[in-house]
Design a protein around this ligand. Structure first.
Ligand code: SAH
Ligand code: SF4
Length: 388
């Protein structure tokens, strides 16, 4: 029997595990704290865990995060980890420190099946879903390796370790998590959900729902499920104001057209932790960036509380589209703003290390192969380049 990876287990699953070992439920909370708060890498180091439980876990359970293939730091302090998730697959996590927050951008799939025209991940094709442990393991790795480097002091509150139920006071390095790395998170719903729950759990990472953002290309049924199961901040990759154009840029639109997507956004707002939806809009020269497109967008989102985040297209080898000029982006933003829509333009961070949106693992080979995705061809070996 292969060992259980404790990173795969959220609170209820840890409780089940300790119950199956004949232990009291509070042991699950202890385990969770050791693993996620303290970054314990093995059961041996959990010094205040009953010896009996440690012995039972010995050989049966491991704490296994994706292995680091390489780590690169850009001049703007953006840090990218290239992580191995099995012999053929690699994904990336990106840490973006700012003055008032530190964001970790994590991946949910190796490759992506949605195949948006402007996305290097999509161009690689889909290889496989990440497990919960591989998803939350990116946060575990980043948080604890940055802490060990002494990036920031970590102070434990008085209640930590005691079973008082009072939340411990502690500081984290990573204040925000965005599911905006490789993959479409809502096409890996069953593994993403426990990972989100762990990120929110006070005994694990204790993020607030407002600081945890899931970005989707528009999986309508799963947007509704997320609203019920675990409403976190929602970002929707819009990229076009009408179905004809969106069909070509985001092929998923053919399945879930704009009318359905907009309706799902409205429904989501009833349980969302923020009172708006963020729309991401990649700025593509001559494709979706005209004044006419801006006017159409204003009409499309009429009456829907939202903000726009314009993303200057990040190029990658073989891309068939170009970035809009800074002036065009500014004018486009001004039109949305004039219509009363809060609009920001994303700063391109980490592009020197290919860590900007849509560039992730841009240096790996095309996985689709000549047979293409339609035939269901699987990924072949991916040679990896370590970014400078
Ligand atoms: N699959 C999800 C989340 C990952 S992509 C989604 O599509 O929302 C995260 C964001 O990066 C999305 O808004 C996506 O459209 C954008 N993006 C992808 N490729 C890009 C590129 N080359 N330049 C700029 N943004 C890109
Ligand atoms: Fe997949 Fe998102 Fe890239 Fe589209 S933009 S191919 S949904 S990762």
């Amino acid at each position: 029997m292969s060992a259980i990876n404790l990173l795969d287990l959220d609170g209820p699953a840890l409780e089940e595990l300790v119950a199956s070992l004949g232990e009291r439920p509070y042991r699950a909370r202890q385990l969770k704290r050791w693993i996620h708060r303290h970054g314990a890498g093995d059961v041996d180091s959990m010094t205040d865990l009953a010896r009996s439980l440690r012995q039972k876990l010995q050989g049966r359970a491991v704490i296994s995060a994706p292995a680091i293939i390489s780590e690169s730091v850009a001049p703007d302090a953006t840090r990218k980890w290239l992580l191995s998730v099995g012999a053929k697959d690699a994904v990336e996590a990106v840490y973006i420190p700012e003055l008032d927050r530190a964001t970790l951008c994590i991946s949910t799939q190796a490759g992506c099946a949605v195949n948006c025209v402007f996305c290097s991940t999509g161009k690689q094709g889909f290889s496989r879903n990440l497990t919960t442990g591989e998803i939350v393991g990116q946060l575990w790795l980043a948080e604890h390796s940055l802490r060990r480097r002494g990036q920031q002091q970590w102070t434990e509150g008085p209640s930590d370790g005691a079973q008082t139920g009072a939340p411990a006071r502690f500081e984290r390095i990573i204040s925000n998590v965005v599911l905006m790395g490789m993959g479409e998170p809502l096409q890996n719903y069953d593994a993403v959900l426990p990972a989100l729950r762990l990120m929110l759990d006070d005994d694990a990472y204790g993020l607030s729902r407002r600081r945890l953002t899931l970005s989707t290309a528009g999986m309508v049924p799963q947007i509704d499920r997320l609203a019920q199961d675990c409403p976190v901040a929602l970002a929707v990759s819009l990229h076009a104001p009408d179905d004809a154009l969106r069909d070509t840029l985001v092929p998923l639109n053919r399945k879930y057209p704009l009318r359905e997507l907009m309706a799902a956004c409205r429904r989501y707002l009833r349980s969302a932790p923020r009172d708006f939806i963020t729309f991401e809009y990649v700025m593509l020269d001559g494709v979706n960036d005209s004044d006419q497109h801006a006017r159409q967008l204003v009409r499309l989102v009429d009456g829907l509380p939202c903000k726009f985040n314009l993303i200057p297209f990040n190029p990658f080898p073989g891309a068939t589209v170009r970035r809009s000029s800074p002036q065009r982006i500014q004018e486009f933003a001004a039109r949305l703003t004039a219509a009363g829509i809060v609009t920001t333009t994303r700063k391109t961070r980490g592009d020197q290390i290919d860590a900007a949106c849509g560039q992730l693992a841009g240096a790996v080979d095309d996985r689709t192969g000549s047979a293409g995705r339609a035939s269901g061809s699987r990924a072949r070996a991916v040679p990896l380049r370590v970014a400078p």
